[in-house]
Design a protein around this ligand. Structure first.
Ligand code: CP
Ligand code: NVA
Length: 309
């Protein structure tokens, strides 16, 4: 069994395997209904326990459908209804019980430490379904979507991120090293990527390009990504932060600086960082991006369960 906590800890060859498996599985399901089980039924009888300490729509549904389509089932726990949440049971004992009843654990949490703690005590795989520092399942799925749309390896593309230096960007930065693609980040001064991510980039001997000018970052992009300026864990002066990002809104003018066939992607939910014209326009592939989460979650689950072909 393998955990899926951070992209940086997973070899590039395994990440690539997950994407290739998702491609094959997606093609094979073309005529299937939503709840039809894949022919090989690889996770027959397996239970994925999901727990959300923060709100979620896509991650919740895509993991539900992913395990179902692989032949297994899922139950979603509310953190507030567990003894753990009320301080009445230790994390170690909770982990033991999760490992006794379930076969895999997907956790969305506001504490990176909690995921690490769980990984110490669980004897089943844990998947990070978003933490303050990363959103690895989202970004791996986004690599899949980019290659599906552009029909070429992401290493041949210019990827741009306009927005906050948050968990999704952290994972995208790690992915840029793992998959060797060019990454331009456009963000206001004082909102640049965190030191712990940049230290890791330095160690890898690759680099990313950071601009305090959205136009420079977007120039010649094949894909422009964005995300909310205010994230779930953001404890900031919201009005000030939104004001600080006023020159980093993705509108048609900014998109026109990218390549002719530039694509807009966004993990959702959205805020005011993108205009309706772009978000709902032809260049936007956000719905395809959201749907692909199911296909990639499936191959992530197979990887964790040691069943990836
Ligand atoms: N993109 C994403 O993770 O969406 P949810 O927060 O709805 O799960
Ligand atoms: N950066 C966002 C991603 C939501 C899927 C957040 O953490 O709220």
């Amino acid at each position: 069994m393998k955990h899926f906590i951070n992209l940086k800890d997973i070899p590039s060859s395994d990440l690539r395997k997950i994407i290739e498996d998702a491609k094959k599985r997606k093609i094979k399901r073309k005529k299937f209904n939503t709840l039809d089980i894949d022919k090989d039924n690889p996770l027959k009888g397996k239970l994925l326990v999901q727990m959300f300490e923060k709100t979620s729509l896509r991650t919740r549904l895509s993991f539900y459908l992913a395990i179902k389509q692989l032949g297994g089932g899922t139950i979603t726990l509310k953190a507030s209804e567990l003894h753990l949440g009320k301080g009445g049971e230790s994390l170690a004992d909770t982990a033991k019980i999760l490992s006794t009843y379930g076969d895999g654990f997907m956790l969305r949490t506001d504490s990176d430490e909690k995921i690490e703690e769980f990984s110490k005590y669980l004897t089943i795989p844990i998947i990070n379904g978003l933490s303050p520092s990363s959103h690895p399942t989202q970004v791996l799925s986004d690599i899949f979507t980019v290659e599906e749309i552009k029909k070429k390896p992401i290493s041949k593309l210019n990827i741009c991120w306009i927005g906050d230096s948050n968990n999704v960007l952290n994972s995208l930065i790690v992915a840029s090293i793992k998959f060797s693609f060019n990454l331009n980040v456009g963000c206001p001064k004082n909102y640049e990527p965190k030191k712990f991510v940049m230290d890791w980039v330095k160690k890898s001997k690759r680099k990313i390009n950071i601009f305090n000018d959205a136009k420079k970052a977007a120039t010649n992009a094949d894909v422009i990504f964005s995300d909310k300026v205010i994230s779930l864990n953001d404890n900031v002066n919201k009005a000030k932060k939104i004001k600080d990002f006023k020159n980093f809104k993705i509108n048609s003018k900014l998109m026109s600086l990218g390549k002719k066939d530039v694509t807009f992607l966004h993990c959702l939910p959205r805020g005011s960082e993108v205009s309706d014209e772009v978000f709902l326009g032809k260049q936007s592939k956000v719905w395809q991006q959201a749907l692909n989460r199911i296909h990639v979650q499936k191959s992530i689950l197979l990887y964790c369960f040691g069943k990836l072909r």
